[in-house]
Ligand binder design. Structure first.
Ligand SMILES: NC(=O)c1ccc[n+]([C@@H]2O[C@H](COP(=O)([O-])OP(=O)(O)OC[C@H]3O[C@@H](n4cnc5c(N)ncnc54)[C@H](O)[C@@H]3O)[C@@H](O)[C@H]2O)c1
Ligand SMILES: [Zn+2]
Length: 469
């Protein structure tokens, strides 16, 4: 009561693209009676019956939704059992004093007397704690909890308890990250750690040869968990190993690069490369948990941090907030929540998740034109954002001030690649996508549009504008 479930639940439902059902409001609508009146006229036991039925109906629906439950709903064992079977339950944390202030200002029948209210709060808390799969204080917290993402300074030291279950754990890292943070991870995993493994640093990890070595080294049963400590290359490759070894074992990415913490470690896409292209073999394999410790970024070299910055700016544009201006721990948490929300909404990347490709059609073309050596992904994404926003001015009605904001956050430095090669690479993408380049544009900060098809001349001009000379 007074935790803000109705406000938070509605915002969460909107973010995840799911219907929202506030159980109290639903009861008032269906009975055409206020809750205060039901309590007065029929008594609390009758209200609890109606409540249990309403929740039961909502939880039997096959369509995923966000439900906000009334404060006393967990008194019913039927409801508690249904929640265990059918729901992911988030406890919205609130201080008793704040809850009283809010609840007493409403006409809630159980918020009349302050001492009684506090007694009820103390009574109910253990019940909530037992029923909760996770706890959250705000919207980002609820999204992250639902996605299984734990963000916290010092989280690496708690890795042993953050890896779900109590089965054996194999740890995978590249030599660099393993050398810096491997010992702390091993210490935190304690007795559960049964083996450690090395993947080569960088894209070399995402090769069939590296995977074959890892597969052959692993000696795990189906109850084991593979923990991947490192940047996006390590988590992509180790995640793919987890998706395929024994037809799939649980895995926990512990992303250590900025790219990893705001992007690659979240959302369950795993992959390796083929000589013919990046990420051509892979699987969707949702992690059992993602453990993000922003303190690990302290040892990240400057160039690697710059790689992540473009994705942070992209995320901020998608979210409609200048997330790139935040201090790092908060920046990571906010960006991770935005990515997580897109992935929950569209886990298999068949619709709205495409928005995360803002700037990427151009980025991939520049990377390919530079032979994947001249222009790094981060730099290419930065450039791609400029092209996408310029096109958005004319074709999506974007306000020019947004482009200026981008120019300040991420000054444009044109790439030195061959124009024709870049255009050819972009058109190759086009063939794959059944004949049309489908772009992500921005109508306004926070309002991406996906699947936009534009005339070739406009797309080519935007691409040319990113290339020097
Ligand atoms: N699965 C996804 O959804 C997804 C999303 C975005 C990118 N990716 C993939 O991620 C990869 C790029 O990830 P990346 O940029 O993290 O590269 P990376 O894994 O190669 O890491 C970059 C470098 O930084 C080092 N490093 C990482 N963390 C460190 C730390 N805390 N301290 C010191 N050194 C550290 C690594 O050893 C490596 O040399 C690409 O292959 C890309 O395709 C995947
Ligand atoms: Zn990217």
């Amino acid at each position: 009561m007074g935790a803000g479930k109705t406000t938070l639940g509605a915002a969460l439902a909107e973010l995840l693209g799911r219907p929202f059902l506030d159980v109290d409001a639903e009861i008032e609508t269906s009975t055409e009676t206020s809750i205060a009146d039901i309590f007065r006229n029929s008594g609390e036991p009758r209200f609890r019956e109606v409540e249990e039925e309403t929740i039961g109906r909502a939880l039997s629906s096959p369509e995923p939704a966000v439900l906000a439950l009334g404060g006393g709903a967990l008194g019913s064992e039927t409801t508690r059992a249904l929640l265990r079977a059918r729901a992911f339950t988030v406890l919205v944390e609130v201080d008793a004093a704040v809850a009283w202030e809010r609840a007493s200002a409403s006409d809630r029948p159980l918020a009349r007397d302050e001492a009684q209210f506090h007694a009820l709060y103390a009574d109910r808390l253990p019940v909530y704690e037992a029923a909760a799969d996770a706890r959250a204080r705000d919207l980002d917290g609820a999204v992250l909890a639902a996605a299984g993402v734990h963000v916290g300074l010092g989280a690496l030291a708690e890795l042993g308890s953050l890896v779900p279950g109590d089965g054996p754990v194999a740890l995978v890292a590249d030599p660099r990250v393993g050398g810096i943070h491997g010992a702390a991870a091993q210490l935190a995993l304690g007795d559960r750690l049964v083996s450690t493994h090395e993947l080569p640093a960088g894209e070399e990890a995402k090769t069939v040869a590296a995977l074959e070595r890892l597969w052959s080294e692993l000696r795990l049963d189906r109850k084991a968990t593979l923990v991947a400590l490192g940047g996006g290359c390590t988590t992509d490759a180790a995640g793919f190993a987890a998706a395929t070894y024994l037809r799939g074992v649980a895995w926990v990415p512990v992303p250590t690069s900025l790219v990893g913490q705001v992007d690659a470690g979240i959302g369950g896409k795993t992959a390796i490369d083929l000589p013919g292209g990046k990420n051509l073999v892979g699987a969707f394999h949702w992690p059992a948990r993602v453990v993000i410790d922003p303190a690990l970024l302290e040892t990240l070299p400057h160039v690697e941090r710059a790689e992540g910055r473009a994705e942070v700016v992209k995320t901020g544009l998608l979210a409609g907030e200048p997330l790139w201006a935040l201090p790092e721990p908060e920046l990571v948490r906010r960006c991770a929540a935005v990515k997580a929300a897109y992935c929950i909404r569209d886990p298999l990347d068949r619709g709205p998740r495409a928005a995360l490709n803002l700037g990427h059609t151009f980025a991939h073309a520049l990377e390919a034109a530079g032979g994947y050596a001249e222009v790094t992904h981060g730099r290419a994404v930065g450039l791609g954002l400029h092209a996408a926003l310029r096109l958005s001015l004319e074709h999506a009605g974007l306000d020019p001030s947004v482009l200026r904001t981008l120019e300040e956050a991420l000054p444009l430095e044109p790439a030195h690649v061959d124009r024709d090669r870049a255009w050819a690479a972009l058109r190759r993408d086009k063939k794959v996508e059944s004949g049309h380049v489908r772009l992500v544009l921005l109508e306004a900060p926070g309002r991406p549009v996906t699947g936009v098809e534009l005339p070739d001349e406009a797309v080519r001009a935007a691409l040319d504008g990113l290339i020097a000379g």
